[in-house]
Design a binder for this molecule. Structure first.
Ligand code: UD1
Ligand code: CA
Length: 446
């Protein structure tokens, strides 16, 4: 089995400086769906036809396929003619257009099965988009040819059986027929669809247009349609696994996001990249998460999370900002206008309101009162702040890093801490001075 993905078109109708097949649906470039489909069909290294201006696409697909170049964009048939005959002969050849992200492996398998013993097989859709090629049948119902929308004669206009664009060929027959294509049409292109004129028998599988499977992305409108259907598919799969989406049409989930059972996704929630959410969570409304892992039984609302982890039983928001490298432990509360970056927060600690914590390591059961700031940047480099277990950081404390608050210590309201505070001690003032030492340390109150 061989597979060829045609992706060398100029994508003019997208009106974009980005190659059409790199436009994302559910966060993944279109071409990735075709590659994933080939892999699902057992073709690990399909051929991808690209044009010489698509270096970016070539870099994107590197290692996942073999690239064949189409120097001039003279049509889909001309694109397939660029593939060396040795790659096609003696095999069964699936061809896919690189702009159809919703085709299922199930449908392609049906086409492959139908081609058995025939020269080719394809899928026809009733009432597909009017811009698609039309299926012209002989009086006995067999396929005569496919006519592109631009080339329809007035009496062919009423035909609404369309060509989906998924084909399986007997490779030897394909190699014989490819040189016969002409550019005798309105667009002066070598259409791949003309090949069916030269192949017999061709089996036609009839399908209803459903679940967006037939969408080819030629325009931004079709890109939005594909996204809508992809969201339905991805969210639908998560719903089947026991996740509630309160208002699915307001949410956006990228391919690859995982969510555990009985989690509830509230309206206007965006889940991107390599994100996983545990079971029994309540995420949203208005939450934007990327590349983060949220444990079981967490609640996150009106918040923004990037590249972080949140331990089981914790809650964030409303209005928390968790930046990359943040590791929130279990049963932690991160509240309004708390910004954390490259910071670890131990279990049962709380950062309930206005705070900036950067490059900090915070122990267990620590309370960070409102207005606490780690001054982690000295103008040249980022410095660490360590806050050990059971520390009570008073309101409006500035921690000038590098600095350490020892286990069980406290800071007074408005203090500016420039030196380490020993375990159990209390430091107050600007700059903060230790006014009380821990008994166990043998210190005395002053
Ligand atoms: C094509 C079919 C049409 C079908 C529709 C389904 C042809 C002539 N028409 O039309 O019958 O109903 O798909 O979606 O095949 N490409 C190249 N080189 C080129 C031109 C195109 O590699 O010179 C690639 C494009 O990058 C694209 C694919 O082939 O991924 C299809 O080309 P496109 O122009 O989108 O064809 P449609 O007009 O959609
Ligand atoms: Ca297309």
């Amino acid at each position: 089995m061989e597979a060829v993905i045609l992706a060398a078109g100029l994508g003019t109708r997208m009106r974009s400086s980005l190659a059409k097949v790199l436009h994302p649906v559910a966060g993944r470039p279109l071409i990735d769906y075709s590659l994933a489909l080939c892999r699902e069909l057992g073709v690990e290294q399909p051929v991808v036809v690209l044009n010489p201006h698509q270096a970016e696409v070539a870099a994107h697909v590197e290692g996942r396929c073999e690239v064949v170049w189409q120097r001039e964009q003279r049509g889909t048939g001309h694109a397939l003619q660029q593939v060396p005959a040795e790659r096609l002969g003696g095999k069964r050849v699936i061809t896919l257009y690189g702009d159809m992200p919703l085709i299922s492996a199930e449908w392609v398998r049906e086409v492959i099965a139908a081609q058995e013993g025939a020269a080719a097989a394809l899928i026809a859709i009733d009432h597909g988009p009017p811009s698609y090629g039309r299926i012209i049948r002989n009086a006995d119902g067999t396929l005569d040819t496919i006519v592109e929308a631009k080339d329809l004669t007035p009496d062919q206009q009423s035909i609404h059986e369309t060509n989906m664009g998924v084909y399986c060929f007997d490779g030897d027959r394909l190699v014989e027929a490819l040189p016969r294509l002409s550019d005798d049409n309105v667009a002066r292109e070598f259409y791949l669809t003309e090949i069916f004129r030269w192949l017999r028998p061709v089996r036609v599988i009839k399908k209803e247009a459903h679940h967006g499977e037939t969408i080819g992305v030629n325009t931004r409108r079709e890109l939005a349609d594909a996204e809508r259907w992809m969201q339905r598919a991805l969210q639908g799969r998560l719903m089947d696994a026991g996740v509630t989406f309160v208002a699915p049409d307001t949410c956006f989930v990228e391919a690859g996001v995982e969510i555990g059972q009985d989690s509830v996704i509230e309206p206007f929630t965006i889940l991107r990249g390599a994100t996983s959410i545990g079971a029994g969570c309540r995420i949203g409304p208005h939450v934007d998460v990327a590349d983060s892992a949220i444990g079981d039984n967490c609640a996150v609302q009106h918040s923004w999370l990037r590249g972080c982890t949140v331990g089981a039983g914790s809650d964030c928001g409303p209005f928390s900002k968790l930046r990359p490298g943040t590791e929130v432990g279990e049963r932690v509360h991160v509240g309004s206008f708390a910004e954390l970056v490259r910071t670890r927060v131990g279990p049962e600690s709380a950062v309930p309101h206005f705070a900036y914590l950067g490059d900090a390591v915070i122990g267990a059961r620590v309370n960070i009162a409102a207005g606490t700031i780690t001054a982690n940047y000295d103008g040249e480099k980022k410095n660490p702040t360590v806050i050990e277990d059971d520390v009570f950081v008073g309101v409006d404390t500035m921690l000038r890093a590098p600095v350490r608050l020892g286990r069980g210590s406290r800071t007074g309201a408005g203090s500016v801490v420039t030196k380490d505070v020993p375990p159990g001690a209390t430091a107050v003032g600007v700059p903060a001075r230790v006014i009380k030492r821990s008994q166990s340390e043998g210190g005395s109150s002053k």
